[in-house]
Design a protein around this ligand. Structure first.
Ligand code: G3P
Length: 218
């Protein structure tokens, strides 16, 4: 499963890219706003830092405006994936951009029907927001299971399931068990994936016993 990092914070991206665990980045208007930077500048810097797909979202709500913004964003770097909302205009823009060879990430997906439409529109990625469904008492990971099941029925569909709105490590584990293609993970959650108290305890015990030998390997 590919790990994308869900942030526009270039310092976080640089630090996590060094772990070798980062296959791409996703941003959205809220994350760009949080960065305090111009979108073109920060997306260019992210694309130069991470060779994988970097999602940059349009803010127009009509297809023609989405196409203009999407082509502008795509021109920033070869690895830009243009993000469009899952609306009729968004899917019209998705179809045109994907036919032009542009990677498109269709975002704000909350139902299997929406995911099917996005695949038919030629999306490279579909972004179901699992955390926001959980937040209102619905089954976010259940949506992922349905989308994976539907897509697996049609091998000709090339859309990758990109699990988004991830809140904790169990979302990542469940996504992997279901065969999702990508998880976009907030930096804090990625760091949590490494952590287990028994690992820390076991390492401390190994090193304490090793110290007693008086040896050093080198
Ligand atoms: O990539 C989408 C993600 O940033 C949304 O997450 O926590 O705002 O639901 P959240």
């Amino acid at each position: 499963m590919k790990f994308f990092i869900d942030t526009a914070d270039i310092a976080e991206i640089r630090a996590l890219a060094a772990t070798g665990m980062v296959d791409g980045v996703t941003t959205n208007p809220s994350l760009i706003a949080k960065s305090g930077r111009k979108i073109a500048e920060v997306i260019a810097e992210i694309c130069a830092t991470v060779p994988g797909p970097v999602s940059a979202e349009v803010t127009a709500i009509e297809a023609e405006g989405m196409l203009k913004e999407g082509r502008y964003l795509r021109a920033i770097a070869h690895n830009v994936a243009v993000k469009v909302p899952l609306t009729p205009d968004g899917l019209r823009a998705c179809k045109t951009l994907s036919e032009e060879g542009v990677m498109v990430n269709v975002t704000l997906c909350f139902s299997p029907a929406q995911a099917l439409l996005a695949a038919k529109a030629g999306a490279s990625f579909i972004s179901p927001f699992v955390g926001r469904l959980d937040d209102i008492g619905q089954d976010g990971m259940g949506l992922i299971a349905e989308i994976v099941q539907i897509y697996n029925n049609y091998p000709a569909l090339k859309t990758e399931v990109l699990v988004a709105s991830v809140r904790h490590p169990q979302h990542v584990v469940a996504a992997a068990k279901m065969g999702a293609d990508v998880c976009t993970i907030p930096p804090a959650v990625l760091k949590q994936l490494y952590a287990h108290p028994l690992t820390d305890k076991g390492l401390a015990a190994f090193l304490a016993d090793w110290k007693k030998t008086g040896q050093s390997i080198l």
